[in-house]
Each structure stands twice: as structure tokens, then as C-alpha cells.
Design a protein around this ligand. Structure first.
Ligand code: FEO
Ligand code: CA
Ligand code: CA
Ligand code: CA
Length: 626
């Protein structure tokens, strides 16, 4: 499909904004010509019908529309088996105890159900990082090997059995497949970088067995029934006091790390002594939730960067396509396209993942930089092609994948405002990307300032459509679906152009099977309630109709939390989300002497705020949202 330029009636061009959104795709030019404006201002209840939660409802609780209920399903420290047991309220439990229950700071998640089963499934959730001020009774004082082990045990992924309860909510139940995967769980390695020199260490001279996964942010689900967990801010766990190479610096290694202090008692994280250990993280990791004896597999063909999400689609010919963001200021959007085609009669959980080992990694370029709609293309990161040669330090495809950011730099990828989640529409082929925000206003990125109403303090949501509506296409068209912002902001660039309820810092982004685009915010704790976010003190979740452009506030979270992760039951009567880091302080780590200083969510009696997976349902038992 050729790119069609939209008529824009000036920098704020209302006609341009409206037509651009409504008419994206084939009807674009026709709509532009007949100027049939959609009724943006009118509420449209065709996709969802709930009453918007007012901004004034911000509280230290989960606030939902009238007629909705919620309950904690799986909180940090809860036993995996639904026995109701949990770690003590003062967090005096051991590392071993932590490794046997739900971890901390829940993020991406998914519900796996069997065909025909509506009321039970496997709940899989990431545990992205820890607040060591809350994790240990005495916080980070008297730092020890035991505290490092406990922090590592609170990271990773949980798998647990869940079931619908009599009242319509869901809860944990005992089952044989429950397990924890932590920063100490042995993982396999596959794809072009498996066994490569760059991945070999003294403890693993073959470069094919890596201890653990951590910094697990968002995720993906494969058509063959496995879970993809994404290693994001892994660099913050390593410390290197000596000189850092250009390749190490490009992905964030420095002499400080993120304050996790693992390197003090676990030598792997001392990058002076074990530089290759750093190369063994930053991957997409495949987990088979139905086989507790299976090792997670680091799939290296999808590249190494700060992986946010891994959204899987099938190309027209059945090849597997995985869309991925690299969440850092000025980083890129990637996709992987497999060489072989997915065949449900041939590929199951035991071998489907091999499709992810053989294919091409691409990075996105937006040539119409400085505009806010246009065309773009996918640049392949293939060793020997263009600048990806030994002359530039690339010895082979494995070195391209380990250093994917630098390879993307050299081929001319377009830097973005922190790509977070990527959502694929269930029916029309569109792909949406949340670009959460970017504090580096002075360092202008190409899509910033394209519209005077945009502000990278609030972020935006991008909409892409692949050529021929084929996920494997080498070119696409794009536009900004929504510039986030507060319409009452003092500065015009902070106002955005959201139709309906406003927000900032979009992060979690996911289509349910009905086509509702669920959007979750992650305004950082040091910005909540302060200009230009003075009217937003709590993070929230919205439903969006991508036909009309309307966003409607569905949920407000408790104090100091981020809303992230979303899944729905097969009958749409239960929605699951994660409340991450309730009670977080601006410094990211709580004072262990005052763990409830910011929040007591979900229950003051639990001694400290706890990240949790919650279930949301309607009192009348009808589908959520409509
Ligand atoms: Fe883990 Fe970019 O959020
Ligand atoms: Ca995120
Ligand atoms: Ca975020
Ligand atoms: Ca966050």
C-alpha cells in the first residue's frame, strides 16, 4: 500500500487529526476528500459501556466503575498453592521461603487455559524487580549473601493454578504445574548466539546454560502455548569498576549499577571478573508453563537489548513475527520474522519454539521523521549486510545479536521515546506501540515536536499498519494514534490530543480478543502529583476504542503503584491485571522502618504494601467492559 499524505489544516489541524485517525488504511484518501468528520466528541458505547471512573476518585485503593468488584489473587509472599499461607508481615522470611512463593513487583502476565475450559487455568506472571527496603525486615542494612539470595528469589516468573470462585472472582488453587523461576533457575540457550565465545564463562564453558532470568518486564504468548518473558533492565544488576568497553556502555554497564548490590555477594554480577556474564541477559526467554520440568530457553535470534514486550503475530504465510520494544530513551522498535512457517499440526510446545531460533531480526526506521504520519521500513540486522561487517566489529551473526543496539545504530534505525508495550489488534492487522515518555526534551528525537501539542513528558501511542496487512512486510505506514497529555495543563505542549479521558506515560498496552485496547500508565513515583502531572496522583488504566479514538478511564490504582500486565478469561467475565510497587517512594526503595509510609495496599494488616495480581469482575456476572 502506498503512503498517502493527509491534509493537515495547520499545526493543530483538527481535520488532520480526525481524518488521520479515523481513516487510517484504505479509506484514508477517500475520507479525506469527502471530509466526513467522525463525531469525536460523542461517546460511543459500541465497544465498551462502563461509566468512566472520575479523576477525583484517586485513593489508596483500586477504584473501578460502578458494578465492578476486585480481589487480590496472588500477592508478593503468597504461597503458590492457594493454601492461604504467606510470608510474615515483617518480611523476616528466608531466601528459601521467598523462592517458594510469589515474587515481588509483578509485571507482564498471561492466563493459559485449555480448549473448552472456561473456569480454570494457569496464571503466569513476571516479577520484574525488588524494593529491598520492603523485601527484608531491616531493608538493605547489614547486607548479606542471604539478602542477595532473597532478592534473586523474588525476581523471575511465577506459574500457578487459578480457578473461578463461586462469586465470580478467581483465586489460587493447588495443582501440579505451579513453579517459581528465579534469578537462580538454570536456563537453556538457543539460536545463533548459543555456545558463542561472547556467552562463555568459567562456570559455563560451553555458553549454553545460564543461571536465571531477571528484570522480567512485559511478555508475549506464542501460538503453540508458551510464554515469552522479556529481560529489560538487566544492566542495573551488574557493576564494573574498571574501564567499560563501548559495547558494554551501549547497553548501560557502569561502575554503579542500580543499587541491587548483588555483585557484593554473587560474583557473577561483578563484571570486572566475569565480563561475559553481562552478555547472558537481555534476551527473550521462552517458558513452557505446562511442563514444570522444562528449562526456560533464552532465544537469542531475537537480539539482546532491554526487552519490553514480545508480541507474537503470524504473517500471512504462517511465519512467526515477534514485535519488541527496547525501553530506553532514544532506543528502537524491533521485529523478528521466522524463516519457517508455524503449522499447528506439526508445531506444539515441544518444538514450536525452534521457529524462534531461525529468522531475521529487523529494526524500524521512520523516514518521514518530523512528521506525524507516513511510511516506514524494517531494516534487517544480518551479518555481512551493509555496515554489519568485521570492519565494524561484527565477527558473525551472534555478535550482531549480542550487540543489537549498535547494529541498529549503524543501519540507521529511528530513535524513539522509550518503546514499551506493543499491542496487535485481533482482527484488522494494526499494531500499536506505547512510547511512554522521554525526559530528554532538549535532545530531540525525530518524532518529538512533530506536533506542537506533543510532549515527551507525557508520551504517545503509535499506530502502525504493515504493507499488505502482512506482519512479515518490509515496510509499513504509521501515525500517532494519541498524543498523551493533560488538556488543562499550563503549557500547550503538555495538553496532548486524547479524545475522552486523559493520561500520561502509557506503558502496558494490550488488545483483548474483542478489540478493546487496554492502556495502563506508569508515571514514575517522583513525578506523580507534581507539575506537569499535578492532577494525576495515581496511575490508572483505560479502555480505548481504536475506531473512534476514545479513551475511557476504567481503573485507578492505589498510591505509589504502576498498573501493568493484563489478561482476560475466555468468557471475558474476568479481567486480570497487576498492581506493581504500591507504596513506592520517590527514591524507589522504601524505608524499612516505615514500610506503610505511602500505601497500605492491599491490606494494612499485611504489614507492608504488596505488589499483586488482581481479578476484576462484574457483580452481575456479565463480561467486563461491556
Ligand atoms: Fe519494565 Fe519499560 O518497563
Ligand atoms: Ca513497562
Ligand atoms: Ca514504564
Ligand atoms: Ca515503572
Amino acid at each position: 500500500m502506498k503512503s498517502v499524505k493527509l491534509p493537515v489544516s495547520g499545526p493543530h489541524g483538527e481535520a488532520g487529526i480526525r481524518l488521520g485517525r479515523r481513516a487510517f488504511g484504505k479509506t484514508l484518501l477517500a475520507s479525506a476528500l469527502c471530509s466526513a468528520l467522525p463525531a469525536w466528541a460523542k461517546r460511543d458505547d459500541t465497544l465498551f459501556t462502563f461509566e468512566s471512573v472520575p479523576l477525583s476518585a484517586q485513593a489508596d485503593s483500586v477504584v473501578l466503575p460502578k458494578g465492578y468488584r476486585w480481589r487480590v489473587m496472588a500477592a508478593w509472599g503468597d504461597a503458590l498453592d492457594g493454601s492461604g499461607q504467606r510470608v510474615p508481615t515483617d518480611a523476616s522470611h528466608s531466601a528459601a521461603a521467598q523462592g517458594a512463593c510469589f515474587g515481588m513487583h509483578h509485571d507482564g502476565c498471561a492466563l493459559f487455559t485449555d480448549p473448552g475450559v472456561r473456569d480454570a487455568g494457569l496464571w503466569v506472571t513476571n516479577h520484574e524487580y525488588t524494593d529491598d527496603g520492603l523485601l527484608h525486615a531491616s531493608g538493605m542494612a547489614n547486607w548479606s549473601a542471604e539478602k542477595v539470595a532473597k532478592s534473586q528469589a523474588a525476581h523471575g516468573v511465577s506459574v500457578a493454578h487459578v480457578q473461578r470462585q463461586a462469586d465470580g472472582g478467581w483465586g489460587l488453587v493447588a495443582g501440579p504445574l505451579a513453579r517459581r523461576i528465579t534469578a537462580q533457575t538454570p536456563c537453556a540457550v538457543s539460536g545463533p548466539a548459543a555456545g558463542h565465545d561472547l556467552l562463555r564463562t568459567a562456570a559455563d564453558p560451553d555458553g549454553r546454560s545460564i543461571l536465571g532470568t531477571f528484570a522480567n518486564c512485559a511478555m508475549g504468548v506464542t501460538p503453540w502455548g508458551t510464554y515469552l518473558t522479556c529481560e529489560e533492565n538487566f544492566d542495573r544488576y551488574f557493576v564494573k569498576k574498571g574501564s567499560v568497553t563501548a559495547a558494554e556502555a551501549r547497553i548501560g554497564l557502569d561502575d554503579k549499577g542500580g543499587g541491587y548490590r548483588w555483585h557484593e555477594f554473587d560474583e557473577r554480577f561483578n563484571a570486572d571478573r566475569h565480563p561475559n556474564e553481562f552478555n547472558r541477559f537481555g534476551w527473550v526467554v521462552e517458558i513452557d508453563p505446562r511442563d514444570p520440568s522444562s528449562a526456560p530457553i533464552k532465544r537469542t535470534a531475537m537480539g539482546r537489548f532491554k526487552h519490553e514486550s514480545a508480541t507474537v503475530k503470524l504473517a500471512r504465510d504462517g511465519r512467526v513475527v515477534v514485535y519488541m520494544g527496547d525501553d530506553q530513551k532514544g532506543e528502537y522498535i524491533y521485529k523478528f520474522v521466522s524463516n519457517a512457517r508455524f503449522d499447528p499440526s506439526r508445531h506444539d510446545r515441544s518444538n514450536g519454539g525452534a521457529l524462534l531460533d531461525d529468522g531475521t531480526l529487523y529494526v524500524a526506521r521512520f523516514p518521514n521523521e518530523g512528521n506525524w504520519y507516513g511510511s516506514g521500513n524494517w531494516l534487517p540486522l544480518i551479518w555481512g549486510h551493509g555496515p554489519l561487517t568485521p570492519a565494524n566489529g561484527f565477527a558473525d551473526q551472534a555478535s550482531v545479536l549480542v550487540n543489537a543496539r549498535r547494529a541498529a545504530d549503524l543501519v540507521g534505525a529511528t530513535p524513539m521515546d522509550r518503546p514499551e508495550w506493543i499491542a496487535a489488534h485481533p482482527a484488522n492487522g494494526e499494531v500499536y506501540v506505547s512510547l511512554t515518555n522521554n525526559s530528554e526534551r532538549g535532545k530531540k528525537f525525530p518524532l518529538d515536536g512533530a506536533n506542537p501539542r506533543s510532549s515527551n513528558a507525557f508520551g504517545h501511542i503509535l499506530r502502525m499498519r504493515e504493507d499488505s496487512n502482512d506482519a512479515a512486510a518490509s515496510a509499513f505506514r504509521w501515525q500517532v494514534f494519541a498524543f498523551a497529555g493533560d488538556p488543562q495543563a499550563v503549557k500547550s505542549e503538555h495538553r496532548g490530543d486524547i479524545q475522552g479521558d486523559w493520561f500520561g506515560s502509557p506503558d502496558g498496552l494490550w488488545f483483548d480478543p474483542r478489540g478493546i485496547l487496554w492502556t495502563q500508565t506508569d508515571v514514575s513515583t517522583d513525578k506523580l502529583g507534581k507539575p506537569p502531572y499535578e492532577r494525576m496522583t495515581n496511575n490508572a488504566m483505560f479502555a480505548a476504542n481504536t475506531e473512534t479514538g476514545e479513551f475511557r478511564r476504567f481503573l485507578i490504582g492505589p498510591r505509589g503503584c504502576e498498573i501493568t500486565g493484563v489478561a482476560i478469561s475466555p468468557d471475558h467475565r474476568a479481567l486480570f491485571i497487576n498492581i506493581q510497587h504500591p507504596g513506592e517512594t520517590a527514591g524507589e526503595r522504601n524505608d524499612p522502618a516505615r514500610p506503610q509510609a505511602v500505601s497500605t495496599w492491599p491490606d494494612a494488616a499485611l504489614g507492608r504494601p504488596r505488589s499483586a495480581s488482581i481479578v476484576i469482575w462484574r457483580e452481575d456476572g456479565q463480561p467486563v467492559g461491556v
